[in-house]
Design a protein. Sequence first.
Length: 350
Amino acid sequence: MNARPTAHRNALLFLNGGLGNGIILAPLLAAVERTLPGLRYWSPPNALLEADWVREPLGLRGPIATLPTLWRRFRPADQPAIVEFCQEHDVTLIINLRYEEVRYDGDYLAFRESAAGLGIECWDLHELSAEEKLQPFGTQSELHLRRHGVATDGVTAAWLGSSWRPRPGLTGICVGASIESKRWPASRWSELIDDIGPVEVCSGPHESERAIARELAARHPDRVTLCLPETTTELRDWIGGLSRLVTNDSLALHLAAALGCPTVGLYLVTDSRIWSPVAVPGRFRAVQSQPARECEFMRVNGTCANYYQGCFDVCRDGVTAADVRAALDRLDPADVSAPGHYGRGEAAAS
């Protein structure tokens, strides 16, 4: 690890927009704050980084104010405003924890080159080696921050573990995901329910997600209990009562890892090597769609180039109910006594 970082006073922080990224990075941002205790920083909005129940267990102060959301892309049209903001607020550090491939990130790289001449230091994941970039995003971010002198040794994987109070034998299924391509079809969930018995079924807030949950309740009236949380706090509390969870690659997956709840994650159009949570060893199993991982449209950063457009039937069929049941059988039983270290938990056991 490098020596203690330069004593920056003001910084801009950029991360990908999903709520799950807030959960992944929150403990690492707390480590940044401990290492640079006088640091003030601004960031585009992420509701979970602003939530008291996320901040309090970590002692996280969080950003002092928000930036325009699209500044994280460093579009040429936005760069003069970013520079002006940095000069007005004496910003000398940019921490860029967005995960993007070099070939798609030319705007940022051009900004980084010019920023050095303005006295602005830039930290970003492009500094990692190709091998390091195949590790989970949370581990990548930790490696990167440690390289800049941020002390992360005290960060644990199950940092929300005090809110995990499992009811014995209760299995939860989260069928939602904000991106339609990440959702396993209702027919597959139905096969799994036939195989594993009574479950509580949850979804995200969008009606298209809830339609899957309601369809499963209609198909399995004696096996499915619906739980439709309205807020992220309610989602946390629901997961906190489970003995185990099966979920699409979504916020629920990352919340479960932070709680320490044993979880099986379904990776239908993303690469589990990169987008698995950093979890307590034995408490996370990834089920990867091999057609997705091997597809010509799978990008180096673990997401499909057609992420938003469609063409996912073959990829979603790459995960079967039998695959999920096998992963469930390999989960360690619930044990609230083993918190695990953030950077050294089991990331993606397929």
